[in-house]
Design a protein around this ligand. Structure first.
Ligand SMILES: [Zn+2]
Length: 400
């Protein structure tokens, strides 16, 4: 065998070992408590291959052994779990009115978090502040002695497919921003995988990827905050995010609900955001950018003007949900974003419209589950952290 052939063979073997390790880790992530025999049976791998893969994952701190467990092989074996003590994943969301940061374990358990209110400003000022806050988060007690696997950033606008460029954040007025490049000088010692994505796509990814037990085939996350967007993920092993050729897939805030209606920040008229979004509610009720929308509104919920505004916004949200159901038909819809904190006055008309109309087309009683996240503050940041983990397990990184 030539030297080159040997090298090739060694490369293949390395690749195979890696594939097996990622398959084993994915199985334990999804079904904590599996034994080596369970994994061998389910993945159709030999016991020796599973044994070697598990040992390597134990040695590197990805897995830990638990209690003795009955297994499909007959003889009891040790239950395997993710090792949540060694690594940390960082995620942050740059929102229009705030920065939200999390540090979490391999299973997505939040170890530390921080929410900083911020009046919209430049990308440079935002990056500098985020750098300081992340630096502080990394030095908090539950985080500081762990090995950091990387950082994911969720941003409020479409991202160029295949390129770390925020094309546009209409509600911040940012265009073509390489946000990671702006952030890097402020965090010179943060190694590992860095990535960025649209906030609704990050949130959707995290909601599916950190799920254990029964995993839906697809999941749509609807983010109702200052703007309104959505993210759709499909596939249980490595969920894929729908992006479209320009990264615009899911930009439901700019689907038109009212031809000839009010002008939107994007320049078109009658976009969904002119009817339901944090900014259109602010505009309708005269609430300034400097004020926190939710804190300002909660004590005013009894006012007829507020009730009418929220009811109309809720009705528009219901129409959007129904349109999403008919255009994308996800197995599950998760509704989050800061506006969910406004509760029934906004959500009741939306959910009522969706539930009344979602089964009409097929005429069968099967309902698509829709879950409202009451406090969605850290969902996108945690989702960006999930994307870091997935890119390490499935990508070319040498961290795994
Ligand atoms: Zn628009």
């Amino acid at each position: 065998m030539s030297h080159r052939n040997q090298q090739h063979k060694a490369g293949d073997l390395h690749f195979l070992k890696r594939l097996n390790r990622s398959a084993i880790l994915e199985m334990v992530r999804r079904t904590p408590g599996l034994t080596r025999a369970d994994i061998a049976a389910q993945a159709q791998l030999t016991k020796a291959t599973v044994g070697a893969g598990v040992q390597s994952l134990l040695n590197q701190g990805w897995l830990r052994e638990g209690e003795l467990q009955k297994s499909s092989g007959g003889r009891p074996g040790r239950a395997l779990h993710l090792n949540e003590e060694q690594h940390v994943l960082l995620g942050a969301e740059v929102g229009v009115h705030g920065l939200r940061l999390v540090a979490c374990t391999l299973a997505g358990q939040v170890l530390a978090s921080h929410h900083e209110h911020l009046v919209p400003t430049t990308p440079e000022v935002t990056a500098e502040l985020l750098g300081k806050l992340l630096h502080a988060l990394m030095h908090e007690a539950p985080v500081k002695n762990r090995h950091c696997l990387g950082l994911g950033i969720a941003l409020p606008g479409p991202i160029s497919p295949g390129q770390p460029v925020l094309r546009l954040a209409p509600n911040l007025g940012w265009r073509d921003i390489r946000f990671l490049d702006l952030l890097r000088p402020h965090l010179p010692r943060l190694d590992g995988t860095w990535l960025m994505d649209n906030e609704a796509k990050s949130a959707a990814f995290g909601e599916l990827y950190f799920r254990t037990g029964t995993i839906p085939e697809s999941l749509m996350y609807v983010s109702a905050g200052t703007g309104i967007g959505s993210g759709m993920v499909e596939g249980s092993h490595l969920p894929l995010v729908a992006r479209g050729i320009q990264g615009l897939a899911g930009e439901i805030g700019h689907t038109v609900l009212q031809p000839g209606g009010l002008y939107c920040h994007c320049g078109n008229r009658g976009c969904a955001e002119t009817l339901v979004s944090g900014w259109s509610i602010r505009a309708a009720l005269g609430i300034a950018e400097e004020e926190d929308l939710i804190e300002t509104l909660l004590p005013r919920m009894h006012e007829p003007e507020v009730q009418v505004t929220l009811r109309r916004a809720g009705e528009a949200l219901g129409i959007l949900l129904l349109n999403l159901h008919h255009s994308q038909n996800p197995s599950e819809i998760v509704l989050g974003g800061s506006l969910t904190r406004l509760g029934a006055p906004l959500l009741d008309p939306a959910l009522h419209y969706f539930q009344e109309n979602q089964t009409r087309l097929l005429g069968t009683p099967q309902q698509v589950p829709l879950r409202v996240v009451e406090d969605a503050t850290f969902i996108a940041a945690r989702g960006a952290a999930a994307q870091v983990l997935a890119s390490i397990i499935h990508g070319p990184s040498d961290l795994f």
